[in-house]
Design a protein around this ligand. Structure first.
Ligand code: CA
Length: 218
């Protein structure tokens, strides 16, 4: 899952990115308001983590601008401003959650997972489709009730497919979501990975769309 982290403090940005990557997110880092404002593919991000005190402007204005542009990606504000007025203003401006620094990483992660759950429109974290049930927190998958043994990357790929069931995704798009490190990126690895996943979950679940990419059927 891809996240955009908007944070101008270099040390905090670096540390947070590392921890989020350790939790299997592909993290992109914007360090100023202008940097974040025109970030490509905002609506393909699983979530945005937004600092409010940015060197060239206020994160709240950025949030309002995104919501005005109908970008409905879940946004979690992560800020040192912690008064109740700040929280009310942030949530009313369109944030989905408001977290005050300093925060334990475990809490931030739990809040992100709660966001994803709400976005799916259910109280359950598990994603269910075509006999498969995926638990994004325990990182387990069952097929017809039987536990599957998947590698980390196979799991990430299946998670992406199940979140975007029915949509066609290009190999480049899959790469963006899948790989945390640039060094891991190579287009043909997607093909290999899809092949391995098909053998474990059943070929018919992933359709190859010639010249366009892949689609997971619900
Ligand atoms: Ca800041």
């Amino acid at each position: 899952m891809r996240l955009l982290l908007v944070e101008d403090d270099p040390e905090l940005g670096r540390r947070l990115r590392e921890r989020l990557q350790g939790a299997d997110f592909a993290v992109e880092l914007a360090t100023s308001r202008s940097d974040a404002e025109d970030w490509p593919d905002l609506d393909r991000m699983a979530a945005i983590i937004l600092d409010l005190g940015l060197p060239d402007g206020d994160g709240l204005d950025l949030l309002r601008a995104w919501r005005n542009q109908r970008i409905d990606t879940p946004i979690l504000i992560l800020t040192a401003r912690g008064s109740w007025q700040d929280k009310v203003e942030g949530l009313n401006a369109g944030a989905d959650d408001f977290v005050v620094k300093p925060v334990r990483f475990e809490e931030l992660l739990a809040r992100l997972n709660a966001l994803f759950r709400r976005q799916q429109g259910s109280g359950q974290s598990d994603i269910v489709a075509g006999g498969l049930s995926l638990d994004p927190i325990a990182k387990t998958v069952t097929l017809d009730g039987k536990l599957l043994s998947l590698s980390k990357q196979e799991f990430r790929l299946l998670h992406l497919f199940m979140r975007r069931a029915g949509q066609v995704m290009s190999q480049a798009e899959i790469l963006d979501d899948l790989y945390v490190l640039d060094s891991e990126r190579e287009l043909n690895t997607v093909e290999v990975l899809v092949g391995r996943l098909r053998r474990k979950i059943g070929r018919e679940k992933i359709t190859t769309m010639r010249g366009m990419g892949y689609s997971f059927s619900k």
